[in-house]
Design a protein around this ligand. Structure first.
Ligand SMILES: O=C(O)CCC(=O)C(=O)O
Ligand SMILES: [Fe+2]
Length: 207
């Protein structure tokens, strides 16, 4: 990835060496009123990189492309690689993570997900993807997501080798600690957290 971006390899290693890794196992039971609920509401992963396995051969994952939701058909033995944008921790926070609740569901399990932005590191060159998961009326669905992130005592921000006069830094550089503190103390949850990391470019509307 560093090679494709013409980024210094050591910088990528520096971001991710001894980084945080986390895994979330998603179980979506069948829901007779499947069209009324979502398994996972629209979001972009807050990770550096997410590697996702659609465990059984059941559709559910959708990505947003040109304003429409596109289903991602599971392929046997194939991983899906997502570029993440910011850090998120979803820990049994049902309301935060899902929309609606199927009357037939008795329980739901979320494990911890944590991650920090490949979008920031690549200075916007690689963009995070908005996605969601739907549920089915008669089939259960399983997926496993693994999240790869910079180390906790490190920094996050555009890789120095990607910043030039023509491609100025689009995001601030800050410690992971600062990033996390900002994430968890923010009051406006409607605004994308990544947007608060953006550096205003010359000539941009300040509103
Ligand atoms: O179940 C899926 O396919 C998507 C899950 C997901 O987006 C996540 O765990 O972050
Ligand atoms: Fe996700």
């Amino acid at each position: 990835m560093a090679k494709a971006l013409n980024m210094k390899g050591e910088e990528m290693i520096d971001f991710f060496e001894n980084g945080l890794q986390a895994m979330r196992m998603n179980y979506y039971p069948p829901c007779p009123e499947a069209e009324k609920v979502l398994g996972v509401r629209p979001h972009s992963d807050s990770t550096g990189l997410t590697i996702l396995l659609q465990l059984n051969d059941v559709e559910g994952l959708q990505i947003k492309k040109d304003g429409s939701w596109i289903p991602i058909t599971p392929l046997p033995d194939a991983f899906i690689v997502n570029i993440g944008d910011m850090l998120e921790i979803a820990y049994e926070e049902y309301q935060y993570f899902s929309i609606g609740r199927c009357p037939a569901w008795q329980w739901r399990m979320n494990t911890v997900a944590a991650g920090i932005g490949m979008m920031m590191i690549t200075n916007g060159e690689y963009r995070s993807i908005e996605h969601r998961a739907t549920v089915n009326s008669d089939k259960e669905r399983l997926s496993i997501a693994t999240f790869y992130n910079p180390k906790y005592n490190g920094e996050v921000g555009p890789a120095p080798s990607l910043i030039t006069e023509k491609t100025p830094a689009l995001f601030k550089r800050l410690t992971v600690d600062e990033f996390l503190t900002g994430l968890f103390t923010r009051e406006n949850h409607d605004k994308c957290y990544l947007d608060t990391m953006r550096i205003q470019q010359n000539g941009e509307d300040k509103n």
